[in-house]
Design a protein around this ligand. Structure first.
Ligand code: SAH
Length: 267
């Protein structure tokens, strides 16, 4: 029997062409794809015809498939000798629970490989005209979750409020008002530039550019919701000047070039 293997692939932040060449190649030869909700369907359409597609981001009565079940799906298919692509939004190790999945694979002696992706926490900002660092405005950046593990732990607002540079918060939309209030309460200036970027790198991307003090109200007014990034710091001010339209070739154009390249290279 063939030896099964799991490829943990970052699908990138939204636009299909933002996946890596290696990741796309992996999709082209997958026997099974196990994907999350935020993965662009154009990428899944690149799978071979006989490839089995499993959507584990589907929400049954709003309850996502438990992580334990996802782990078992990966183990089961790999043990059956399949080449499995575990396709996750952004980078698989940035808040994607990729680490937990690979731990289970390792415990079960299953071969695996990680193909990093462009995380929304960096690429999503770029598509909204926000460079995550800039020599004049931010000498570093911090990426945190707005949703602490099991909701038990408290964010250390004091530390977060004192940090220099750009603060990027993922999974924070349900607590946006509280996040802004806590940061101000712990010393961050209410006039700090702040933004919410919804569906970054998607055709339906939308953003609110504001300040820490007024962000939550403006977001409510414009009805922005998850999935979205909260960005706090001076680099947000560049958003208007550095915005651009994406003029990528389509994924199928990129993909057929890649196939021609592979044929020429004899792979
Ligand atoms: N691994 C992913 C993050 C997974 S956590 C990555 O590297 O991007 C899921 C959270 O990421 C969402 O709640 C949202 O805060 C953010 N996110 C992911 N894709 C996004 C997108 N295209 N636009 C805005 N936020 C996004």
């Amino acid at each position: 029997m063939n030896k099964g293997k799991v490829w943990l692939v970052g699908a990138g932040p939204g636009e299909a062409g933002l996946i890596t060449v290696k990741g796309l190649n992996c999709i082209h030869s997958a026997e099974v794809i196990v994907h999350d909700r935020l993965v662009n369907p154009e990428l899944i359409a690149q799978a071979p015809e006989q490839c089995e597609i499993i959507n584990v981001g589907k929400e049954h009565d709003f309850h996502p498939i438990p992580q334990e079940e996802i782990n078992q799906i990966l183990v089961r298919y790999a043990q059956a000798g399949k080449q499995v692509v575990r396709l996750k939004g952004g980078d698989p190790y940035v808040f994607g629970r990729g680490g937990e999945e690979v731990e289970v694979l390792a415990q079960n002696c299953i071969q695996f490989e990680i193909i990093p992706g462009i995380s929304s926490s960096i690429g999503g900002l770029a598509y909204a005209g926000i460079p995550v660092t800039h020599r004049d405005y931010a000498s570093g950046f911090h990426i945190v979750t707005g949703h602490t593990y099991q909701g038990n732990e408290q964010q250390n607002w004091n530390v977060l409020a004192q940090l220099e540079g750009t603060l990027v918060i993922l999974m924070g939309m349900s607590r946006l008002t509280e996040i802004c209030q806590q940061l101000m309460l712990h010393g961050k200036s209410p006039s700090t530039p702040a933004a919410v970027l919804m569906y970054a790198c998607h055709p339906k991307q939308n953003k609110v550019i504001s300040t820490l003090e007024t962000l939550a109200a403006k977001v409510e007014e414009k009805n922005l919701h998850a999935p979205a990034l909260i960005v706090i710091g001076d680099v947000v001010n560049l958003s208007t000047a550095l915005s651009f339209e994406s003029t990528f070739p389509t994924l199928s154009e990129l993909s057929s070039k890649l196939k021609i390249f592979n044929e020429k290279a004899g792979t």
